[in-house]
Design a protein around this ligand. Sequence first.
Ligand code: G3D
Ligand code: MG
Length: 170
Amino acid sequence: MEKRRFIRKICLLGEGGVGKTSLVRRYVHDFFSDEYLVSFGTKVTKKVLDLEDVELTLMIWDILGQKAHKSLHHAYYKGANGALLVCDVTREETVRSILEWKDDFVSIAGSVPVIALANKNDLEPKIPREVLAVVSDSLGGDLVMTSAKTGEGVQEAFLRLSRLMMEERQ
Ligand code: G3D
Ligand code: MG
């Protein structure tokens, strides 16, 4: 029997330079580049996942990370089914701000699943464990340590979000 097909929109959120674009590249194309790609506007990348009982097409929206442009983000949040909130373990302020990103996001998208990604875990973390624990707790424990450079945790993070979104289907 043919699998049921679903399409879901997810957004990558977080400060500039935390690794959003690199994570998408690692997940979808499986490579890492050290060159800094400043993404203007939005890039939407498609990835088809074969889950146990369904085929899920992820439309992955990679948006501007600059706070100054936050008001523009609302258009991108609309209709999103989930989000990956990305921070950089070498910059504490990026961790503290992901809860703001989350509030901003859910005010437009509603209470859809979100997962935090503590990225650049291949580098020396400079964030007290307690700070990560606070963020993780406020998201119901959904925090994955990732590295777009080594690939650590990347599949897991996208898969976890995908499964959460599929639990909410109907
Ligand atoms: P953004 O899309 O969130 O703005 P980018 O971030 O994906 O463009 O990444 C910003 C910088 O961080 C880039 O390096 C990129 O190579 C680096 N980076 C992203 N993810 C990781 C990671 O997991 N580990 C390490 N070590 N670096 C990462 P530059 O040096 O060009 O700023
Ligand atoms: Mg980017």
